[in-house]
Design a protein around this ligand. Structure first.
Ligand SMILES: Cc1cc2nc3c(=O)[nH]c(=O)nc-3n(C[C@H](O)[C@H](O)[C@H](O)COP(=O)(O)OP(=O)(O)OC[C@H]3O[C@@H](n4cnc5c(N)ncnc54)[C@H](O)[C@@H]3O)c2cc1C
Length: 391
């Protein structure tokens, strides 16, 4: 397994628990304290249950059963309550917990498992595959070493060496604007009445997402680019918070990062014995919190098939081809289209001067069936049901 992000660490730990000898290599000395994903959807929490990882993450996170869609200009708020899904899942909430907590927990559990090894400061350089396995060249602090394995999974993120080395295309596009994330311990909830732990605030000029994790608020806003503005400066930070809570200078940030945002899917998630999962296979904007979650769903699907092959003795090709078909179809049909729609809803204004988001969602309030469809789609149940139907 290449990459100890949330997807690689989770997949490697599941394989080890199945009794499959698994080596996880990670280029960095530890799983990075990444401030990207912080939302786990219910089906992902159920997968974490099966690996006995959920209890620790729930204890280290926040449960968010309610999420809000707000309109920045009209001030209108539409609130959806995931407890309406109580009959569908034991976890009718979003778990707000930083992604590095999963990566670190799963890597540590892997390394403590008799079938698992986690090697940090080990960077994949190159590999070759033949009919019986894959030979991997790994740069360690001391030397370049060779590892031989039956299958290799590239969970090495957006700039995946595994994907580039195979020559698999990564088609799609990059949004012209970047996304700025800021995190702060400032009590934003004391300045915005009735704020939930997860809030999507629509606006044609400056939409924003406000998410809470146990000790911080995380804010995401667009950064239009090409303007000569230093988005990471104190002045820009103060402006963002002036517009949100009034006194932006008083808001100290714990962290600020500017991200380029892409919508891309690999041409295939499989080349022989080399497989792709997570950001190595697909990228999307973060509106809806689907990136890491869909990577965990890739990992779940793929490790299930590797168990059938390596423990059950079933033929590999049909199963691995099906993994590719299932997860690539979901990436296109659901993850890409839904995240593009979510972004459009946040930033568009319709003819009545309301946000597209508000116009679309208001209809859900009096229509239980439509509301359930929305909650199931945004909670990622619908995509997993669709995945199961793909032959
Ligand atoms: C602002 C923002 C907010 C987001 N919020 C959410 C959210 O709430 N919910 C959600 O589901 N998703 C979210 N995402 C997306 C999410 O962060 C990613 O989808 C997720 O990190 C993908 O995990 P991964 O394990 O596939 O890749 P990564 O987390 O990128 O991990 C890849 C790992 O591979 C290692 N690596 C790279 N190259 C090599 C090599 N050659 N050899 C060895 N190791 C290597 C890297 O060091 C890294 O540790 C967000 C993204 C952004 C930008």
């Amino acid at each position: 397994m290449v990459g100890a992000g949330p997807v690689g660490a989770f997949a490697a730990y599941r394989l080890a628990r199945m009794g499959i000898d698994t080596i996880l290599i990670e280029a960095l000395p530890n799983c990075p304290e990444d401030m990207r994903a912080s939302t786990f959807h219910p089906p992902s929490i159920e997968m974490l249950d099966a690996l006995e990882l959920s209890e620790a993450l729930i204890a280290d996170g926040l449960k968010a059963p309610v999420y809000q869609y707000r309109d920045r200009r009209s001030g209108q708020t539409i609130e959806l309550d995931m407890t309406e899904l109580s009959e569908v899942t034991p976890h009718p909430y979003r778990l707000q917990c930083e992604q590095y907590k999963l990566a670190r927990l799963a890597s540590a559990r892997l390394d403590a498992h008799p079938c698992g090894t986690a090697l940090f400061s080990h960077r994949l350089l190159a590999f070759e595959q033949d009919d019986t396995g894959v030979t991997v060249q790994v740069e360690t602090p001391m030397a370049v070493e060779q590892i031989r394995c039956d299958y290799m999974i590239g969970a090495d993120g957006a700039n995946s060496t595994v994907r580039k080395w195979t020559g698999i295309g990564f088609n799609g596009f990059t949004w012209p604007e970047s996304f700025l994330t800021l995190s702060t311990a400032y009590p934003i909830e004391q300045h915005i009445k009735g704020l939930a732990n997860v809030n999507y605030v629509a606006d044609a000029t400056e939409w924003c997402v406000l998410l809470r994790v146990p000790t911080l608020w995380r804010m995401l806003v667009p950064a239009p680019g090409g303007t000569g503005i230093d988005y990471l400066s104190d002045a820009y930070k103060s402006g963002v918070f002036d517009r949100l809570v009034g006194d932006g200078k008083a808001v100290e940030t714990y962290h600020r990062t500017l991200y380029r945002v892409h919508q891309r899917v690999a041409e295939t998630f499989r080349q022989g014995r080399v497989l792709l999962a997570g950001d190595a296979a697909h990228l999307n904007n973060p509106l809806g919190g689907f990136g890491m979650n869909s990577g965990l769903h890739d990992a779940w699907n793929l490790t299930g098939k590797l168990e059938q092959i390596l423990i059950g003795g079933e033929p590999a090709d049909p199963l691995l081809d099906r993994f590719d078909r299932q997860r690539r179809t979901i990436s296109h049909e659901f993850i890409q289209s839904q995240t593009i729609q979510n972004k459009e809803a946040m930033e568009s204004t319709d003819v009545d001067g309301r946000s597209l988001q508000e116009s679309k969602l208001r209809a859900l309030l009096d229509d239980k069936e439509a509301r359930m469809r929305h909650l199931l789609a945004q909670g990622m149940f619908t995509s997993l049901r669709r995945e199961a139907e793909i032959a």
